[in-house]
Write a protein that binds this ligand. Structure first.
Ligand code: NAG
Ligand code: NAG
Ligand code: NAG
Length: 320
């Protein structure tokens, strides 16, 4: 009796298993040809992506959220901040849309894209930080010094109008060309060149740069995307790995890395003068902090973070 029962239940099990097999083969083999095609398409797309030919990289707004913007610039609307209410995520994204087709924050896949944004923002934050102001204030919190970016939008009480006689970009009467923007612009010839590139009459309306956050971000991106001189790399090219150093560069210890972007943007003000340069070190600290904030991590910062030993790219006196 017992054996019969076992055989009976084994039989039933076999039947159930049989039905399952039939159903599952049915399920798995519906339109097998189409599934294989899709697989093939996925594979070739992956290969195309590795080759970098036809991949569509994420847009900046997909990669960089409003919350991340807030955490990078968490104190920009503090009561003591001079640009309270001026800088916002939306202006940044609107400005970025103009430069993404040229590769800004859109090159090389997630990691490279985020590293470029971290580097760009590191310069912006360093130049617009009111950390020193906060340090003096008795009410200042002991918060990280890298959180005070986008606190200014222009130079306060400038002692010059930054006007140099120029045939190409003559100063407009009564206009001051003091520092304005996210990567502050100084001097009439720089306002003139920038205005020409962005198709805005900045020679007559220099104040636009501190009244329109979208324009101020666009100006910074333009500086970031373009070399100071022809045949030199832009900061963008350095950060996305598209800069190939010349023999001269290598001899001058100018290697790919964040440090080279400092050399491009600031030159002799911060580079080539040893490892103690305060402003240079602030830029690096911001870069590392922002990498952490963007989930890249400072471990991925790359080599050559500083420019202490680099020969300056554009020395003011050609003899150096
Ligand atoms: C601010 O600048 C942007 C970019 O140049 C422009 O499209 C926009 O119209 C400007 N906004 C105002 C209020 O002028
Ligand atoms: C390389 O540097 C030397 C001086 O150090 C300079 O004379 C020469 O023009 C440079 N070459 C290029 C291609 O920039
Ligand atoms: C246009 C562009 O920059 N495409 C890049 C997208 O990301 C891949 C890496 O995932 C790069 O190789 C492409 O160059």
């Amino acid at each position: 009796m017992e054996t019969k029962q076992i055989i009976g239940s084994v039989n039933r099990m076999l039947v159930v298993v049989g039905i399952c097999l039939v159903i599952s083969s049915w399920l798995c083999c519906i339109e097998p040809a189409a599934a294989a095609d899709e697989d093939q398409a996925m594979k070739s797309k992956k290969i195309a992506c590795i080759k970098g030919a036809e991949c569509k990289n994420k847009t900046i707004s997909e990669l960089f959220t409003v919350d991340q913007f807030e955490s990078l610039f968490s104190h920009r609307n503090a009561p003591m901040a001079h640009a309270q209410g001026f800088w916002d995520y939306h202006s940044f994204i609107t400005a970025a849309a103009h430069f993404e087709p040229k590769g800004f924050g859109a090159t090389g896949g997630d990691l490279v894209q985020k590293k470029e944004l971290a580097a760009f923002f590191a310069h912006v934050a360093t130049e617009t930080s009111c950390e020193s102001l906060m340090a003096q204030s008795s009410t200042a919190t002991t918060d990280s010094p890298t959180k005070w970016g986008l606190c200014y939008k222009e130079e306060l009480s400038p002692d010059s109008t930054y006007c140099e006689s120029s045939l190409v970009y003559p100063c407009a009467p009564g206009v001051s060309y003091h520092g304005r923007g996210a990567l502050p612009v100084y001097w009439n010839y720089n306002y003139g060149q920038l205005g020409q590139a962005l198709k805005v009459d900045l020679l007559h309306h220099a104040e636009d740069l501190s009244q329109n956050a979208t324009l101020a971000f666009q100006a910074a991106m333009w500086r970031w995307m373009n070399p100071i001189k022809v045949k030199q790399p832009s900061a963008h090219q350095v950060m996305v790995g598209k800069w190939v150093p010349t023999k001269n560069d290598t001899n001058s210890l100018r290697h790919p890395g964040f440090g080279m972007t400092i050399n491009i943007l600031k030159g002799e003000a911060e580079c080539g003068d040893g490892s103690d340069d305060k402003q240079m070190n602030k830029r690096i600290a911001h870069y590392l902090y922002f990498l952490d904030q963007l989930d890249v991590g400072r471990d991925n910062a790359g080599d050559n973070l500083d420019c202490s030993d680099q020969k300056v790219l554009n020395p003011s006196s050609a003899s150096t």
